[in-house]
Design a protein around this ligand. Structure first.
Ligand SMILES: *Cc1c(COP(=O)(O)O)cnc(C)c1O
Length: 461
């Protein structure tokens, strides 16, 4: 009986001829179409082998309809836009920070034109790509010098490789963190060739632990901002000032991995208190590194600021070339940093900051707007509004919940899990979350421009 089914499988040429009669398909490269039709038919042969298909499903018209969907899906880019309806502002799986308009425009211009990336327009001589952001970083953070690399993991690696190879670096056990995507402080130290000397305990590390650990082999104290978790209760970590004083007294470096690297104190957001880069520099830390695409709200990058003699050493390390920042990233970072020259401007124009600073009242209004648009458009859905919380994400402010208004959706046909899956499989994927068995959309991370796309998706459910 299988043999009969195999005979129903059309030739590649026959399906290719069909494809060339279809408007959306006949614009695609013929060679690619043939190849994909081959794969498509293989999958049907496989189904027959597994006795997992009927003759009706193999009718030519049915195959053609399936083929169109298959080809259109295959032809869409793999990396694509999604709607983040989770309310997690810095979602690592969804690309972390969104770029400000100013940064997008700058990228568009630099990517399609020649630029002065490494060309000094005043002297007509070779220039340095790092110069374009160094002055800005120094003026914003108060540091003497700065350099940027591919990401913060690279920044930490470069710093340790430059100063701590085969030497001892002291880290509190309470700060030996793992960051998402398998970046672990002890592992990166090992890769750099630095010797990790763990001190103190998970919850308490004192100045005397640092003092007792320092030997002639010690080059630095490393302080890691544990941005993605908090140990609460009976805890102690030495304040920055005490470590600065100790490092100075012993003539060793104090290095700080700030993780999120806030350039904005978030003073007006009552809940949020993240150490700023400015504070570390002011306190006298020798070298501070942080991410470009966490709360800073720029592109993926690792920013290093600190004393000029140390930054100069980093610039000369051959590893810097291997970790170097791309021109598109650099120009996006410059455009983002320019916005930081005016705090209010930064909070308005940098999407990450805008999404963190939006008021509870404005979120309620935004939710009401989406609600009015989608309510009563699909009779199988029940839609309500409810107070809830959003998260910062990106390992920042782990225990901080930001008040928001959630759109709660339930269906007379499907459970919440199925609704969530269907929205994810939408042409424009919508990533929602489930809370107390209900599907919810958090408008904090949804652009108003996407409201109509959400309506279209809900109408189809
Ligand atoms: C996020 C983070 C890193 C890694 O930064 P990337 O820019 O993602 O490479 C390193 N250290 C700390 C403390 C972090 O929070």
């Amino acid at each position: 009986m299988n043999d009969n089914l195999y005979r129903l499988i059309p030739s590649v040429d026959k399906l290719l001829s069909y494809s060339l009669t279809q408007n959306e398909l006949n614009v695609l490269p013929k060679k690619w179409l043939s190849e994909q039709i081959g794969f498509f038919l293989d999958s049907y042969r496989e189904k027959i082998t597994q006795e997992n298909i009927t003759a009706t499903e193999l009718e030519f018209s049915s195959l053609c309809a399936k083929l169109s969907i298959f080809l259109l899906k295959k032809n869409s880019p793999q990396l694509k836009q999604v709607i983040n309806a989770t309310g997690v502002v810095l979602h690592t799986n969804m690309g972390r920070a969104l770029l400000a308009k100013e940064a997008q425009i700058a990228v568009a211009s630099i990517c399609s034109n020649y630029s002065n990336l490494e060309f000094n327009l005043e002297t007509g001589m070779r220039g340095s790509r790092y110069d374009h952001v160094e002055e800005l970083l120094c003026s914003i953070t108060g540091a003497e010098a700065a350099i940027v690399v591919n990401n913060n993991a690279a920044a930490v690696l470069l710093i340790l490789d430059s100063f701590a190879k085969a030497k001892e670096v002291i880290v509190s056990r309470g700060q030996l963190v793992e960051i998402g995507g398998s970046f672990r402080i002890p592992d990166i130290m090992e890769k750099s060739g630095a010797r990790l000397k763990e001190i103190g305990t998970t919850n308490r590390t004192h100045l005397k632990d640092y003092q007792n650990a320092i030997t002639d082999d010690t080059v630095a104290l490393l302080r890691v901002h544990t941005s993605n978790f908090r140990i609460i209760g009976f805890t102690h970590e030495e304040p920055l000032e005490a470590l600065v004083a100790l490092a100075k007294e012993k003539n060793i470096m104090l290095i700080e991995d700030l993780g999120s690297g806030s350039l904005d104190g978030f003073e007006t957001l009552t809940l949020l208190h993240e150490p700023t880069v400015q504070k570390s520099i002011q306190a006298g830390v020798d070298i501070v590194s942080f991410s470009g695409d966490k709360v800073l709200g720029g592109p993926q990058a690792g920013v290093i600021v600190g004393k000029k003699e140390y930054i100069d050493t980093l610039k000369k390390n051959p590893l810097t070339r291997a970790l170097r920042i791309d021109k598109l990233t650099l120009v996006a970072l410059e455009a983002t940093l320019r916005l930081y020259r005016d705090k209010d401007l930064a909070r308005e124009k940098i999407p990450t900051l805008a999404m963190l600073y939006i008021s509870k009242e404005d979120l309620a209004k935004k939710a009401q707007e989406l609600f009015s648009l989608i309510n009563n458009k699909n009779q199988t859905l029940t839609i309500t509004l409810k107070d809830g919380f959003s998260k910062v994400g990106g390992g920042a402010f782990p225990e901080q919940n930001l008040a928001t208004t959630l759109i709660i959706i339930s269906s007379s046909k499907e459970n919440a899990q199925n609704l969530k899956t269907k929205l994810r499989e939408n042409t424009m994927p919508i990533i929602a979350r489930i809370e107390d068995d209900f599907l919810c959309l958090d408008v904090r991370t949804i652009a108003k421009e996407d409201f109509n796309l959400i309506l279209l998706a809900l109408e189809k459910l």
